[in-house]
Design a protein around this ligand. Structure first.
Ligand SMILES: *[C@@H]1O[C@H](CO)[C@@H](O)[C@H](O)[C@H]1NC(C)=O
Ligand SMILES: *[C@@H]1O[C@H](CO)[C@@H](O)[C@H](O)[C@H]1NC(C)=O
Ligand SMILES: *[C@@H]1O[C@H](CO)[C@@H](O)[C@H](O)[C@H]1NC(C)=O
Ligand SMILES: *[C@@H]1O[C@H](CO)[C@@H](O)[C@H](O)[C@H]1NC(C)=O
Ligand SMILES: *[C@@H]1O[C@H](CO)[C@@H](O)[C@H](O)[C@H]1NC(C)=O
Length: 551
């Protein structure tokens, strides 16, 4: 005897089926059927020609090595994705409506009633290079199975998270049957990221961003499979974070309302980890640190010359050490960003006691810059962090940096090539393309920029950890940060996730633009204020009336 699975599906009369087919042919002619509307594009996949219905009471099961697995991370992820997939009200979604109609229509089961998640390890530690690969199979019932199949297999829970995102992008609401459908089944997807580090930098010093906004950004990052939030918490303008060891530091916040408690920071790290996203914190020393002196004026060379931090005082390095000790408890990620960019040393050479210190130690200001950066690196290393520094440190004294240093490119092209040639790891963020506050960079320039440009040796390519788009905060706050990040961050996200040959050497107007427009509308549907893709000036409102999918 055949047992039908849980919730029944309602079917329409032949007349509405006719309109259903008509609707399909109209909506299909709108889309380029050879394209696969997944973003970022999986590394390897095949699709078919039929459609499957998804049960609105979709359940999931997690199977580990030793049988049924307990994974709070995947349970809550499944709940999130259920809410995303079943957004529309339809049959079986709300109780009253379905009941009223049930008597008059025939009933068949849904094709997909359970999402199976198979984990090949119980690794739940999130670190750089964690295995994010997964396979996803969606197929219909055959003679040996009652229902259709939807299975994600992954080596870690984080791979399964990426598979869940892909599954959610396969699902679409059908307005005629009022059911969620997976078109172009059967699907067989084998996927893995091209780069281990796929970052977004968020600046909460130039403008304070409320916790809920940071969480929205993190949530939206997971839709594009980005996996590192580089939190540029503090800069010269404000110091919003609580540091228990030096409790006056957050006197450098703009107001007492624009602050993050230690508990807030834990909460953000935990929220991100649940979405497979690491948080890399930054203190940008010695150059971008004027706000530190609001609480401890001794950190300034003098009250009239406030930046860089005073290199001559032991107190300066005590404070850095205290900050890093407190932060180490919050941020488990193995990378920590020490800044090191734009160090203008006038306040060192023209403040009497610092100048005397330089002379006593026979140092030029350039020597003192190196001394400062290396001392900060030692502190980070002593806390078991690998230091990341902006490229000026590498450009100025490449042979002195600790070998574990990750060089963070921003100024010009070719820096990663030089850094990896000297054996350093590198993160690509060329400002000409991947600075999101540069509003006149169109999506296709973001998309076609290649982190491995000019790097040919396999051993050197491996040292490029990946890249990061940077959302500097001078002209972005809670009112416009999401539409400045999206959709262009997604262009970089596909470059960093998908195989190089699927993102390069083609006409991107054909291969990528319609898919990116689709993804932008997906973000809008999920409540993310992503701006139109083809407006030349980023984050600008649409030019006029029109479909989301055309702008
Ligand atoms: C892609 O999938 C096909 C079919 O499963 C397989 O034959 C092929 O080896 C895969 N290619 C890669 C690069 O994984
Ligand atoms: C039938 O479906 C089951 C489960 O979905 C699958 O494991 C099996 O490979 C399928 N068999 C055929 C012949 O397609
Ligand atoms: C020292 O240099 C800073 C930065 O260039 C400048 O603003 C300041 O006026 C200088 N002070 C003296 C005493 O020259
Ligand atoms: C000071 O440094 C310079 C350049 O590094 C070096 O040539 C010189 O010998 C040093 N002088 C003393 C007194 O250490
Ligand atoms: C790319 O395709 C678009 C749309 O078909 C076309 O207008 C454009 O000329 C093509 N660009 C190139 C460089 O071939």
């Amino acid at each position: 005897m055949i047992m039908f699975h849980s919730k029944p599906r309602t079917l329409f009369s032949p007349i509405s089926s006719f309109f259903f087919l008509l609707f399909i042919s109209i909506s299909f002619s709108h889309e380029e059927q050879s394209l696969t509307y997944l973003w970022p594009l999986p590394s390897n996949f095949t699709s078919g020609t039929y459609s499957l219905s998804v049960d609105p009471s979709l359940t999931h099961s997690v199977i580990g090595n030793g049988g049924v697995a307990y994974s709070p991370l995947l349970d809550s992820a499944f709940d999130r994705y259920r809410r995303i997939i079943f957004k529309h009200a339809g049959f079986g979604f709300g109780k009253g409506f379905g009941r009223k109609l049930r008597g008059s229509i025939s009933v068949v089961p849904y094709d997909i009633t359970t999402l199976n998640i198979v984990l090949h390890s119980d690794i739940e530690e999130l670190q750089l290079g964690v295995d994010e690969s997964y396979t996803l199979v969606v197929s219909k019932a055959n003679e040996s199975s009652v229902g259709g199949e939807a299975t994600i297999e992954a080596n870690t829970a984080y791979g399964a998270l990426r598979g869940l995102e892909t599954f959610s992008q396969l699902c679409s609401f059908d307005y005629t049957t009022k059911t969620v459908q997976i078109h172009k089944a059967p699907w067989s997807i084998q996927d893995k990221p091209r780069f281990a580090y796929r970052g977004l930098m968020l600046d909460t010093s130039r403008h304070y961003l409320p916790i809920s906004v940071i969480k929205q950004v993190i949530e939206s990052m997971s839709y594009a499979k980005l996996n590192v939030l580089h939190w540029h918490i503090i800069d010269e303008e404000s110091f919003p974070l609580e540091i228990p060891t030096y409790p006056n530091l957050w006197k450098g916040s703009y107001t007492k309302w624009e602050r993050y408690t230690v508990e807030d920071a834990y909460e953000i790290v935990n929220f991100a980890q649940m979405r497979g996203i690491n948080v890399m914190a930054e203190i940008d020393v010695p150059g971008h640190a004027e706000s530190w002196g609001a609480g401890y004026p001794d950190l300034w060379p003098s009250p009239s010359c406030k930046e860089p931090l005073d290199v001559s005082k032991t107190f300066t390095f005590d404070v850095i050490s205290g900050i890093l000790s407190d932060m180490r408890k919050i941020f488990p990620f193995e990378l920590f960003h020490l800044g090191g960019d734009e160090v203008h040393t006038d306040c060192w050479s023209n403040t009497t006691h610092v100048k005397e210190w330089l002379q006593k130690h026979n140092m030029t200001t350039k020597d003192a810059y190196k001394y400062f950066v290396l001392k900060a690196q030692d502190i980070a290393l002593s806390k078991n962090w690998s230091p990341v520094n902006w490229e000026e440190t590498f450009n100025t004294f490449p042979s002195k940096l600790h070998p574990k240093t990750v060089v963070h490119n921003w100024l010009v092209s070719g820096v990663c090539a030089k850094a990896v040639a000297k054996g350093f790891r590198c993160i690509f963020s060329n400002q000409g393309f991947w600075y999101l506050d540069h509003l006149d960079v169109p999506w296709y320039e973001v998309y076609t920029t290649e982190p491995l440009e000019g790097i040919h040796k396999d051993s050197e390519q491996k040292l490029v950890l990946g890249g990061e788009v940077c959302m500097w905060g001078e002209t972005a706050d809670a009112s416009d940060v999401q539409q400045t990040i999206w959709p262009r961050a997604a262009a970089a996200a596909e470059r960093l996730w998908s195989p190089r040959d699927s993102t390069s050497a083609k006409n991107v107007t054909v291969t990528a633009l319609p898919r990116l427009q689709h993804f932008r509308c997906l973000l809008n549907r999920r409540g993310v204020a992503a701006a139109p893709v083809i407006n030349f000036y980023a984050r600008r409102a649409p030019d006029g009336a029109g479909s989301c999918y055309d702008q």
